[in-house]
Design a protein around this ligand. Structure first.
Ligand SMILES: C[S@@+](CC[C@H](N)C(=O)[O-])C[C@H]1O[C@@H](n2cnc3c(N)ncnc32)[C@H](O)[C@@H]1O
Length: 180
């Protein structure tokens, strides 16, 4: 049966609208959607020396590139916060289907409303404006010894302990990262 060109066009437009929403709508909150590349995730978790005694906060958890690896490979307790409801649902489904659900907490909400006192490691792949907004929160809430690893964007006025140009990963240690 031939498909009408109008129906085809409507389906393409609908798919484009859904894709645009999925990738860009969360920009208003701090970043659009793009999974952290696997090599960068590996560098982030290795550099932050994540282990079973850590509590990792992934700020803007997306579909879980960092959350599930930190729980499965590094045995950490992980909290993933995600504002966009479809991605939050995907995270819930992945947690339900995976083997490490007991180590993973998921929060549907705005990362700027979280309290970071409990975090020993914070991971982020956010927009520069979000990193700027996070800095004072980090400075008042992170405990000494906490590590922050960011892909792509630095924390303004903080001094990284390490930077890897290949994966574009910054590692900060609090409070050493405080600018002199
Ligand atoms: C570039 S993606 C990174 C995804 C994920 N960390 C990963 O490793 O694949 C940024 C994510 O942050 C989410 N996000 C942006 N602003 C947020 C906010 N204020 N609160 C919670 N999540 C937010 C977006 O919806 C998006 O899923």
């Amino acid at each position: 049966m031939p498909v009408s060109p109008l129906l085809l066009l409507s389906l393409v437009l609908l798919a484009l609208a859904v894709l645009t929403y999925f990738v860009y709508a969360s920009f208003a909150f701090g970043a659009g959607y793009q999974p952290t590349p696997r090599r960068a995730v590996r560098t982030m978790l290795r550099w932050a020396e994540v282990g079973p005694s850590d509590t990792v906060y992934d700020l803007g958890a997306g579909t879980g590139a960092i959350v599930f690896r930190a729980a499965r490979i590094y045995r950490a307790q992980v909290l993933g916060v995600e504002v966009e409801p479809l991605r939050y649902l995907i995270l819930r489904v992945r947690r339900r289907l995976g083997a490490n659900g007991d180590r993973i907490r998921l929060v549907w909400g705005n990362l700027f409303r979280l309290d970071f006192h409990e975090a020993t490691v914070v991971t982020a792949f956010l927009w520069p404006g979000a990193m700027e907004r996070l800095r004072p929160k980090f400075e008042s809430e992170l405990r000494p010894g906490a590590r922050v690893v960011s892909h792509c964007h630095k924390i303004p006025n903080w001094r990284p302990t390490q930077y890897d140009p290949e994966t574009d990963v910054y590692l900060y240690r609090w409070p050493d990262a405080r600018a002199p």
